[in-house]
Structure formats: structure tokens, C-alpha cells
Ligand binder design. Structure first.
Ligand code: ATP
Ligand code: MG
Ligand code: FE
Length: 346
């Protein structure tokens, strides 16, 4: 079965072709991505209307590119999958509309999937694919959640952020340091030259006794430290790197400790990390070290598939169909779900 996946929930247009046969591991035949980051940079964040318009421009050329690279044609597509939510309503409607129009023209069925399920399952496309059950640490631009995952579609929320997401904490702190948008990767690069112990920043909810997170206070602490540096005339390349490293250390420590606590609470031995922050090398290093010491396994998506992409959408659809958790529909009536909790998808 060949699944064409279309992602358009935010500021990345992604298209991919995934093949899944019987019980075999899913294969990514080709994927293509257009990031709108440069377009939104001047505004310091994503402008929804511009995002929708750009998805319209990009999606069909990307689909053509994917089929070409996979040496396939539209006739080879068995199911057209799209991101149904959560995300920006207008942006989601572009992907859903194009997917359903394309499927209708081909006489093939469609399947709308959950964006976060795409993130969550994306490590199944890596060389070191996980096995169920596992604890998932979902760390993206909009979400920070710990999930107990028994199988495809079987997700129990263990804890989540009560305010900002980890990615948001990276982005907002990066903005304070003048690093542009999205700042996660830039902050992480700057942090490589800094001392993570230079500034004492808060580790919110670290000892809360539950698996929830809170990152909103961190940006205020970063701002306070930055203002102190400014007042003392001490803003320089090294002090900025130190502040970046200290910020990253605070976020990473909380993510690592809560993930370990989730593994302990569930008795599971396997952690699957996904979402954009899963690309962070400090997080990967510290999780790997902690896991090795405790005899645990950690799985990640390929670096290129940590942030939004079409491959994870095609994959999630293929795995849902393979597991009998969903049926692709021929009616071409679609809706989108801008707000849609992952543990409510069934
Ligand atoms: P959601 O999936 O919750 O709707 P999103 O799709 O915007 O949100 P992703 O694409 O998964 O989120 O991830 C983007 C986020 O990941 C951004 O906040 C970005 O700063 C962060 N990020 C990406 N790479 C890194 C990195 N190396 N270190 C830290 N953060 C990173
Ligand atoms: Mg993005
Ligand atoms: Fe995402």
C-alpha cells in the first residue's frame, strides 16, 4: 500500500510517499519539504494568512517532486493522507482540500491524521525503530507531553506542560537573546560555546511529584538575567553563550528527569522522543547517558524528521490502516480540527 501524505498544519509544507506491506516495516520512498521560516522571520512568528497562501503555492509542486523521486506516478497512490489537526485552521484546510480533491480525481480514499501522532510515530522511520509499548516524550513547538503508548492509537496522557511548550521556551529565550525565529536551533548552537552553570535558572515543577511541566517562568528568568548583564555593561559573545547554555541546561534537565520519572512510574524500559526539540543534541546526550546507566533504550526520529514533515503524516496514516485503527474514506467530505487532544483520537 502506497500512502501519499500531506502536512500543512503550520509553516512547513511537507509531502511524502510511504509504502507499507503486511507486517513489514514502513518504507519512506521519498519526501519533500518547503519551510516558510524565511517568509515569517520578519514578523517574529508565523502569520497564519501568509502560511495558508504559501501552502497553496507549494503543495502540488512538492507532490510532483516526491512522485518523481520515488519513481512512482499518481496511479500508484492507494491512499491520500493529510493532517487534520491540530494547527492553524486555514493552513490545515489547504492540505485537507488538496488531499481530498486529488483523491477524488484519482478515485482513491483519504485519511485525515493527527499531527502529533505523526510526530510520535516518526521514529518508526529511523534505522533504530522502537517497539511497543513505550513512553513517548513529545517535545515540539506547541506541545510538551509524556504519553504511555501501548500501540498505534493507544495513547494515555501522563503529564504535559501547564503553560509554554519546551520548543516555545527555546524560541522565546532565543528571541530575548536576539537570535531570530525559530530560535531553538540557534540557541542550541550558541549554547555549545557557553557554560551551562554560569547562571542559576529555575527548573520549574522539577520536584512537583507529577509529570507536568511549566516553562513560562523560564523566559522571565532569562530576561531578568539579560537585563542584569545589560545594566552592568556585560553583554558580550561569551555572556550570551553562557546564558544560552544555562537556558538549554534548565530545559533539558527538566525534560530528562521527568522522562525518567515517567519510565519509572510505568515500569516501561523504552523512551521514544519526538518533535522539533528532539533534535537538540544536549537533550539527546543527556538522555542517552541516563538511559545507558539504567539499562533503558531511547529512540529518536532521524534529525530531518524531528520537525514538521510529510513523511510522518504518510507514516501515521499507513500505521493506522495497518493496525486496523482507521479506515480510509471515499466520501471526500473533510473537516479540520485546529484543537484536538492526542489522547482523544481513539
Ligand atoms: P506542534 O507540533 O506542537 O504543532 P510545531 O510543529 O511548530 O509544533 P515542531 O516542528 O515539532 O513544532 O518543532 C519546532 C520547534 O522545535 C521549535 O520550537 C524549534 O525551536 C524547536 N527546535 C528545533 N530544533 C531544535 C534544537 N536543535 N534545539 C532546540 N529546539 C529545537
Ligand atoms: Mg515549523
Ligand atoms: Fe509539529
Amino acid at each position: 500500500m502506497n500512502v501519499l501524505g500531506i502536512e500543512s498544519s503550520c509553516d512547513e509544507t511537507g509531502v511524502a510517499l510511504v509504502t507499507i506491506d503486511g507486517g513489514a516495516v514502513p518504507a519512506l520512498r521519498a519526501h519533500a519539504l518547503h519551510s516558510q521560516v524565511a517568509m515569517h522571520q520578519d514578523y517574529g512568528g508565523v502569520v497564519p494568512e501568509l502560511a495558508s497562501r504559501d501552502h497553496i503555492r507549494r503543495v502540488l509542486p512538492l507532490a510532483r517532486q516526491v512522485l518523481h523521486e520515488a519513481q512512482a506516478t499518481l496511479a500508484d497512490v492507494d491512499v491520500v493522507a493529510f493532517t487534520r489537526g491540530p494547527g492553524l485552521a486555514g493552513a490545515l484546510l489547504v492540505g485537507a482540500g488538496v488531499a481530498c480533491a486529488l483523491a477524488a480525481a484519482l478515485g482513491k480514499p483519504t485519511l485525515g491524521v493527527h499531527h502529533l501522532e505523526g510526530h510520535l510515530l516518526s521514529p518508526f522511520l529511523s534505522a533504530d525503530a522502537p517497539e511497543f509499548p513505550f513512553v513517548a516524550l513529545l517535545v515540539s513547538g506547541g506541545h510538551t507531553q509524556l504519553m504511555r503508548v501501548e500501540g498505534v492509537g493507544d495513547y494515555e496522557l501522563l503529564g504535559e506542560t501547564i503553560d509554554d511548550a519546551a520548543g516555545e521556551a527555546f524560541d522565546k529565550s532565543a528571541k530575548l537573546l536576539g537570535l531570530g525565529y525559530p530560535g531553538g536551533p540557534a540557541l542550541s548552537r550558541l549554547a555549545a560555546f557557553g557554560n551551562p552553570e554560569a547562571f542559576a535558572l529555575p527548573r520549574p515543577l522539577l520536584h512537583s511529584g507529577n509529570l507536568d511541566f511549566s516553562f513560562a517562568g523560564l523566559k522571565t528568568a532569562v530576561l531578568t538575567q539579560h537585563r542584569k548583564l545589560e545594566a552592568a555593561g556585560n553583554v558580550c559573545e561569551q555572556s550570551r553563550a553562557d546564558l544560552a547554555a544555562s537556558t538549554q541546561a534548565a530545559i533539558v534537565e527538566v525534560l530528562v528527569k521527568k522522562s525518567l520519572a515517567a519510565l519509572k512510574a510505568t515500569g516501561l524500559k523504552r523512551l521514544v522522543v519526538s518533535g522539533g526539540v528532539g533534535a537538540n543534541s544536549a537533550l539527546r546526550e543527556q538522555l542517552n547517558t541516563a538511559a545507558q546507566r539504567r539499562g533503558l533504550r531511547v529512540h529518536y526520529p532521524e534529525l530531518a524528521l524531528c520537525t514538521d514533515n510529510g513523511a510522518m503524516i504518510a507514516l501515521a496514516a499507513a500505521m493506522r490502516l495497518q493496525a486496523g485503527r482507521a479506515e480510509a474514506a471515499h466520501d471526500y467530505a473533510f473537516d479540520v480540527k485546529p484543537r484536538w487532544p492526542l489522547d482523544q483520537i481513539g
